[in-house]
Design a protein around this ligand. Structure first.
Ligand SMILES: [Zn+2]
Ligand SMILES: [Zn+2]
Length: 347
């Protein structure tokens, strides 16, 4: 089978590998769709991977092709999405089903080979079974949709809250959509890339702002009677983004930090002083909740996508095959072309 492997920093190579065999309690998944995550770009070009070679790809879906010992063979042919984190099942956090907190986990596409490939072996624990008529390509978006849902759930949104989101990539847009589903009043999307702003407008978002050409704080205050966002989400990972997010927050509002940092984050004295006096709350969000009572964010995201309550297919700006995938990494890195979600789709 063919894989796209990261063999060194900045070096993507096609390799021919043998199709792996599932062991006990594992299945072989024929990959149907795998998205490029924003984090895959620094992983490829700047920060590097845990080890080389590594096949990236942690947002994916497919069809069960083969089962290992102890697995019911009637699931062969079923459509699945995959929770990419493989927990140790030994630590305190795993015992509480906080798998994203696991202290010794493995991860498809970051610590073990992922989905920019034709096949991957997956433990049955990590399978999310999809409806027979589910859109298998859209279902590769369940992972970022669950991450977006987790961010919104961490914000404990209240009915009619105004929500501010810095960073209008796929996750920012999905957070905006979840926020409306949760009963938000106005949702503000801010970015510094005019193409993303135009894209959000084309999707029907009313409150979109390019913070390079317009003062986002002034704009938000104008649209919220001078109050600001009850919930403000930082998705950029840059100092400007976090300063703007903190300054956009209402008195006693909430700020959720979501974006992976791209630099040392500096908060200005003015921002710090203003945030402190507002008695606002600052909270982080990371990954998502899987198979935990009462809210399994993965099955909730899968269901919302299947039922069309959470629209995601219009966020897929590019569908390419594995052969073209390597070029897409460079297109995204260099920003030559507008991209929202780039999806590798196998036949
Ligand atoms: Zn990701
Ligand atoms: Zn663990």
């Amino acid at each position: 089978m063919e894989v796209l492997a990261l063999t060194a920093l900045g070096q993507l190579e096609y390799q021919d590998r043998s199709i792996p065999n599932p062991n006990a309690q594992e299945v072989l998944v024929k990959i149907k769709a795998a998205g490029i995550c924003g984090s895959d770009i620094p992983r490829t070009f700047t920060t590097g991977a845990y080890h080389f070679p590594l096949v990236l790809g942690h947002e994916f879906s497919g069809v069960i092709e083969k089962v290992g010992d102890g697995v019911d063979s009637s699931i062969i042919g079923k459509k699945v999405a995959i929770f990419p984190l493989i927990p140790c099942n030994k630590c305190t956090f795993c015992a509480e089903k906080y798998y994203a907190r696991c202290t010794n986990y493995s991860y498809f596409g970051s610590r073990r080979d992922g989905a920019f490939s034709e096949y991957v072996v997956v433990p049955t624990f990590n399978l999310i079974f999809l409806e027979d008529d589910a859109d298998v390509v859209a279902s590769a978006m369940i992972e970022p949709a669950a991450v977006a849902l987790h961010a919104i759930r961490n914000a404990h949104l209240d009915l009619n809250d105004n929500v501010v989101i810095y960073g209008a990539g796929p996750i920012g847009i999905m957070i905006a959509r979840w926020a409306y589903l949760y009963g938000a009043n106005k949702v503000f999307l801010i970015d510094i890339d005019q193409r993303k702003i135009d894209f959000c407008s084309s999707l029907g978002f009313k409150y979109v702002c390019n913070s390079k050409t317009e003062d986002p704080i002034k704009w938000i205050m104008e649209h919220t009677n001078g109050i600001g966002g009850n919930v403000c989400i930082e998705g950029t990972g840059f100092s400007d983004g976090i300063n703007n997010t903190l300054m956009s927050c209402a008195i006693m509002g909430k700020v959720i930090i979501l974006g992976n940092p791209h630099e040392n984050i500096t908060i200005t004295r003015k921002t710090y002083d203003s945030f402190m006096r507002k008695e606002a709350t600052l909270k982080g969000t990371f990954n998502s909740v899987y198979k935990k009572y009462p809210h399994d964010e993965w099955s909730e995201a899968a269901q919302a996508i299947y039922e069309g309550r959470l629209k995601v297919d219009d966020l897929i700006s590019h569908k390419v095959n594995l052969k073209k995938l390597k070029d897409m990494f460079y297109i995204i890195k260099e920003g030559k072309e507008f991209t929202c979600k780039v999806m590798c789709v196998n036949n």
